[in-house]
Design a protein around this ligand. Structure first.
Ligand SMILES: Nc1ncnc2c1ncn2[C@@H]1O[C@H](COP(=O)(O)OP(=O)(O)OP(=O)(O)O)[C@@H](O)[C@H]1O
Ligand SMILES: [Mg+2]
Length: 353
């Protein structure tokens, strides 16, 4: 937004200077000739000067005057460039102010827990998107977030993933605050899976490894990832195995299979934390079952944060957080919540689980 405004300001500035330049260039010659004629007239008529002497002095005068005009042109050029420069300097300063901070405490592997402590968050000037959140995410547990659209689920997982910064409060990973943590190293241990995974029109191997060289070591990692994502059986039925082409955006795959490809892709990267953000509740029951199986298969081996709209997919989660308007209003395992939260029970019953 800011950048657009700056570009607009530079454009306006340049247009005005352009007009000024054009006018000065067009008027330069007539003005000069006018001035010369007036000077000759004054010299000859009123001061009795000699025409030859006048002509010579005028020659010098003319040269000096055109030098002055050129100076005017250069000054206009300077104005147009200096305006753009000022904008670039402002823009650079703004980038510096908003630069992502990256602490120097290295992060090799997730060992224990993530703790969110008294966290408040708002986008730009708006406050109250998340209000005083407190939660703990122990290693290798499956944690689910449910709640109405706009209740802040995606915002919360983005905070935990270090993509957003809390306005108040702290987030700790294995006891180290985000302020001190090398966030790039931490983020390289997180896999992110959306419900609309990107599938490239290429082989399964390339889709999972993102075009890794098929060295024995990479092939081993690829096969482990397939195993963990429950893809190996499906691939065994294909005549070309891992070399099978997946078609444009995975046209040859079901929704659940696409998700498994993207799970395998994340697991291949050697991660600790998996974030699954289900974008919609519009799933057919077959896909819904597949997704539940996919999650249950990797449950316990990874720390999984799952945002679910279809609650069947999180029946086996270790803990479910129910969110409403930026607050956690209930928490517990699926069955406990079903007993204790009328709100949760209502959604479950609406979905006829
Ligand atoms: N980039 C943004 N800038 C400003 N406001 C935003 C931004 N992203 C989200 N919001 C607002 O923050 C609030 C929480 O949004 P969030 O995406 O976290 O909700 P959600 O629970 O994930 O919803 P859904 O179930 O629809 O995905 C909403 O009111 C939304 O309008
Ligand atoms: Mg969301």
């Amino acid at each position: 937004m800011q950048l657009k405004k700056q570009i607009k300001a530079v454009e306006n500035n340049n247009t005005q200077i352009g007009y000024l330049n054009a006018k000065i260039t067009a008027l330069r010659e007539p003005i000069l000739i006018g001035v010369v004629c007036v000077v000759i007239l004054i010299q000859v008529e009123f001061l009795g000067g000699q025409l030859a002497g006048i002509m010579i002095s005028l020659l010098f005068f003319y040269r000096a005057l055109s030098g002055l005009m050129i100076f005017q042109g250069s000054y206009n050029n300077y104005l147009s460039v200096s305006g753009s420069l000022e904008n670039i300097i402002d823009f650079e300063n703004e980038l510096k102010v908003n630069k992502e901070s990256n602490g120097n405490k290295d992060f090799k592997q997730f060992k224990d827990s993530i703790i969110v402590k008294n966290v408040d968050f708002g986008y730009d000037e708006t406050d109250g998107i998340l209000k005083n959140l407190n939660l703990e995410i122990p290693k290798n547990k499956t944690i689910a977030f449910v709640g109405e659209s706009g209740s802040g689920k995606t915002t919360l997982v983005n905070l935990v993933g270090g993509l957003l910064k809390p306005k108040k409060g702290e987030i700790y990973v294995d006891g180290v605050s985000f302020e001190e943590l090398d966030l790039n190293a931490y983020q390289s241990r997180i896999g992110y899976i959306t419900q609309e995974p990107v599938i490239f029109n290429d082989s399964i191997f390339n889709n999972v490894t993102l075009w890794a060289t098929p060295t024995p070591e990479n092939i081993k990692r690829y096969e482990e990832a397939l195993q963990q994502a429950s893809l190996h059986q499906f691939i065994a039925t294909l005549s070309k195995k891992g070399e099978t082409m997946l078609g444009n955006n995975g046209i040859n795959l079901s929704g659940g299979q696409k998700q498994r490809i993207s799970i395998a892709r994340e697991l291949y990267k050697n991660i600790d934390i998996l974030i699954l953000d289900e974008a919609t509740s519009a799933l057919d029951s077959e896909t819904e079952k597949e997704i539940q199986t996919n999650i249950d298969k990797i449950k316990g081996d990874y720390t999984i944060l799952i945002i679910a709209h279809r609650l069947s997919t999180i029946k086996n989660a270790d803990k479910v957080y129910m969110m409403d308007k930026g607050e956690i209003i209930d928490e517990g395992c699926f069955n406990d919540l079903f007993e204790s939260s009328s709100h949760f029970r209502k959604i479950v019953e609406l979905q006829e689980l």
